[in-house]
Design a protein around this ligand. Structure first.
Ligand SMILES: [Zn+2]
Length: 365
């Protein structure tokens, strides 16, 4: 299932291609993939065709494409891609053999690559595409990431370099045999736009607007506008277990089951530890581990154990090789050697080291 790192890999791969791209044709092959679109599919197609895409933007694991419609519309619009369990947005050449599970086809003329195809591919149809009106962000800052890579994230240099390499690899693969110089210009333009948006000055109008369908989603911990002090205050005010809070997309977004387990293991925190028992310092450590885990996954292209999930080029990520706790039950904890255990959590599982991750006050073993 795609989480923040996987979606960011997809977004970063699409951004240089879609920025300034004109939509020349749209074909809805499976109408179930429009279930979150309020209106008939004719409306979906008519509004998109002739429009110009501004950027590929992500908040948490939500991806959208603000665009300027050919015919003026009452409110600014964005094409929202809900990837669900198995959705992908793949970059294809126009004459490529159609993907078997392609649900929606968008043909675009890209300033960087010329005529290309965006294929919305989804096996299980939990994902969808929708046109949605956008609303201003509450804090007036950029709604999400639209740069070629995560700019201004509080990452270590190593993680940053690893991530940059991953994004570059995607970019390099995309332009193989094509106009690398043109794309580089598009990348630089997008970076300038993002820097402007982060600085709140001269941000393009689309950058500070968020689709209504995404507006209830909190900012993710890699977002330059993530308000850590406020999130920690809200976290400590909860009366719940810490893992449940991490997964609450209204508190912070982009942390799913895998990365929650990995972050809790790294911070040596038991998933059921009451948030009320946390200190601010402990919460800061945990959020730092969340960022580190997300950035490391990003550097490795996301998790690969879900064979359904691939990046824009159809390649899986490799982060599964680096997992310390998630799915590692019975294997030794990389820190202390104790066998990792799996415990029931809501209707899923938690994976943890029973020695490193104790609830404070529990008896030592
Ligand atoms: Zn351990």
């Amino acid at each position: 299932m795609p989480e923040l790192p996987e979606v960011e890999v997809v977004r970063a791969g699409l951004q240089p291609v879609v920025a300034g791209a004109v939509i020349t044709g749209v074909d809805v092959l499976d109408h179930r993939s429009l279930k979150r679109h309020h209106g008939p599919s004719d409306d979906f197609v008519d509004r998109l065709v002739g429009g110009t895409i501004d950027a590929a933007v992500r908040r948490g694991k939500f991806l959208w494409f603000p665009f300027e419609p050919a015919a003026p519309h009452e409110h600014p619009l964005a094409l929202v891609a809900h990837l669900g369990m198995s959705g992908q947005v793949l970059l294809r050449s126009r004459d490529a053999e159609p993907d078997r599970l392609m649900r929606i086809r968008l043909d675009v003329d890209s300033p960087a690559l010329g005529p290309v195809r965006l294929a919305f591919v989804d096996q299980r149809i939990f994902g969808s595409m929708a046109l949605d009106e956008t609303v201003p962000t509450l804090d007036g800052r950029a709604a999400g990431f639209s740069a070629p890579r995560l700019l201004g994230s509080p990452s270590s240099e190593a993680a940053d370099a690893a991530q940059q390499t991953a994004v570059q690899q995607v970019a390099v693969q995309q332009v193989a045999g094509q106009q690398a110089a043109v794309q580089q210009a598009a990348v630089q333009q997008a970076a300038a736009q993002h820097a402007a948006a982060g600085g709140q000055t001269d941000a393009p109008a689309w950058a500070i607007r968020v689709p209504r369908q995404v507006s209830h989603i909190a900012r993710d911990p890699l977002d330059p506008a993530f308000d850590e002090a406020r999130v920690i205050t809200r976290l400590l005010a909860r009366r719940t277990g810490v893992k449940r809070a991490l997964l609450d997309q209204g508190l912070l977004s982009g942390v799913g089951n895998i990365y929650a387990d990995e972050s809790l293991w790294a911070a040596r925190v038991h998933p059921e530890q009451p948030t009320a028992s946390f200190s601010r310092a402990r919460a800061r450590v945990l959020l730092a581990e969340v960022r580190a885990v997300l950035l490391r996954a990003l550097g490795e292209g996301g998790t690969s154990f879900d064979a359904q999930y691939v990046n824009v080029n159809g390649q899986s990520g490799y982060f599964a090789h680096s997992l310390a706790a998630y799915g590692q039950q019975g294997r030794p904890c990389p820190r202390c050697g104790t066998a990792i255990v799996r415990e029931a959590f809501m209707n899923r599982s938690s994976h943890l080291c029973p020695r490193c991750q104790r609830v404070p006050g529990s008896p030592r073993t």
